[in-house]
Design a protein around this ligand. Structure first.
Ligand SMILES: Nc1ncnc2c1ncn2[C@@H]1O[C@H](COP(=O)(O)OP(=O)(O)OP(=O)(O)O)[C@@H](O)[C@H]1O
Ligand SMILES: [Mg+2]
Length: 221
């Protein structure tokens, strides 16, 4: 993922405004932010400060109300819905704050879901790497929160994304497992050059990253 200035993502005066009855909520209030190719960034800040919204817009799961998001130098508002979907599937690995696993599918089937040509061995290897040996055939409801989180991380990694956006990837994990997951992300960043942004409340997780961004009231401080 390269362009002349080496930015994978560029937020240019990005606003995300939710209308709730008569009230307007500025979830993002004019964010300007560049994410360099190969960088490893954490986003911190209080609840409601716009962290998840920023990640959703960065992963083109949501479009800005105003302003522009450039992906590899290309304005995402010029991409068709199909181009956006292809990009999300092939280039972006997204870890959702609430996991978003399919309840009727096993762990293994959830990990295979984003693959056009299912590679069973790769999915199993990835689940094992996440410490889920022996749990491949369990459904999300049969797994702990931390185990579901690790399934959702495996699903995000399955297509070898060049950009990983992870919303509190260690939120449900104990210190030991959090360090394992952050170590895996750090290796992907340092050895394979994957660009990574995580949202976290955990200073230990943030320590693995190279840059910490603080958010308040829909903007970066
Ligand atoms: N779909 C929505 N409709 C209306 N308001 C929303 C919506 N999504 C988010 N908001 C509001 O936008 C603001 C930012 O929400 P966001 O989820 O980005 O916060 P956050 O920093 O991720 O918080 P947390 O740490 O609790 O996950 C909040 O005030 C929230 O209530
Ligand atoms: Mg959030």
């Amino acid at each position: 993922m390269n362009d002349q200035n080496n930015n994978v993502l560029e937020f240019k005066d990005v606003w995300k405004i939710y209308q709730m009855g008569d009230e307007k909520i500025n979830a993002l209030a004019g964010v300007n932010l560049n994410i360099r190719d190969g960088s490893f960034t954490s986003i911190m800040g209080p609840s409601g400060s716009g962290k998840s919204t920023l990640l959703h817009v960065g992963g083109i799961l949501d479009m800005p109300t105003r302003g522009n998001l450039l992906l590899n130098g290309k304005d995402t508002s010029t991409l068709s819905g199909k181009e956006q979907a292809t990009f999300r599937r092939n280039e972006i690995g997204f870890v959702f704050q609430r996991f978003n696993l399919m309840p009727q599918l096993s762990a293994l089937e959830n990990v295979l879901l984003p693959m056009i040509k299912p590679d069973l061995e790769k999915a199993k290897e990835l689940l094992d790497k996440m410490g889920l040996e022996g749990k491949h055939n369990k459904r999300p409801s049969q797994l702990s929160g931390g185990e579901q989180q690790r399934v959702s991380i495996a699903r995000a990694l399955i297509n070898n994304p060049s950009l990983i956006l992870a919303d509190e990837p260690t939120g449900e994990l104990d210190t030991k497992n959090a360090e394992v997951i952050m170590g895996i992300l750090q290796d992907l960043n340092k050895k394979e050059g994957v660009t990574i942004i995580i949202v976290t409340h955990n200073p230990l997780a943030a320590e693995f990253t190279d840059e910490i961004i603080e958010m308040r009231d829909g903007n970066i401080i």
